[in-house]
Design a protein around this ligand. Structure first.
Ligand SMILES: [Zn+2]
Length: 155
């Protein structure tokens, strides 16, 4: 719902991409993992996979490891091809005071439903519909709630 890479509100999917750079007996690896939008999946797949293909196998362990990284990236990427693209009007959600006021009356409902183990995305979309805000704003609202709650516990 909110891309963990660029922060935009768009359809996201969980991915894990790996990059390896082999330098003789050393290796440098990089991992990108999380729920990303299609644009970020595309961007990370190509840069990380191309780097791994070019200089990923120049080492002893790397030679064995790099093909697995490339295959993993490829399968993850293929699994994302059917994903909805980022809508042209997608934006980074912001929790305005107005949005918070509209979500406010549903706070108890949100908490109850999450405590009932209902899926967060379903709850967010439902509440967003009722409160006339975006699911991303509901997500930010819940994050703010959790953060406020943590502060309370510290005291
Ligand atoms: Zn993104």
């Amino acid at each position: 719902m909110i891309c963990q890479d660029c922060g935009i509100e768009a359809p996201t999917k969980y991915v894990a991409f790996y990059q390896n750079i082999g330098v003789l007996v050393m290796r440098f690896t990089k991992t990108v993992e999380g729920n990303l939008c299609k644009s970020c999946i595309h961007k990370n797949f190509w840069s990380m996979t191309l780097i791994t293909l070019c200089i990923g196998w120049l080492g002893m362990i790397s030679l064995v490891l790099a093909p697995f990284f490339v295959l993993n990236n490829l399968f993850r990427y293929l699994g994302c091809l059917s994903m909805e693209a980022v809508p042209p009007d997608a934006a980074t959600p912001r929790l305005t005071e107005e949005a918070a006021d509209r979500i406010g009356p549903y706070t108890q409902e949100i908490v109850d439903r999450l405590n009932d183990d209902e899926e967060f995305e379903v709850v967010a979309e439902d509440i967003a519909d009722k409160a006339r805000v975006s699911p991303g704003q509901v997500m930010l609202y819940v994050r703010a709630l959790v953060a406020a709650h943590r502060d309370d516990d510290d005291e």
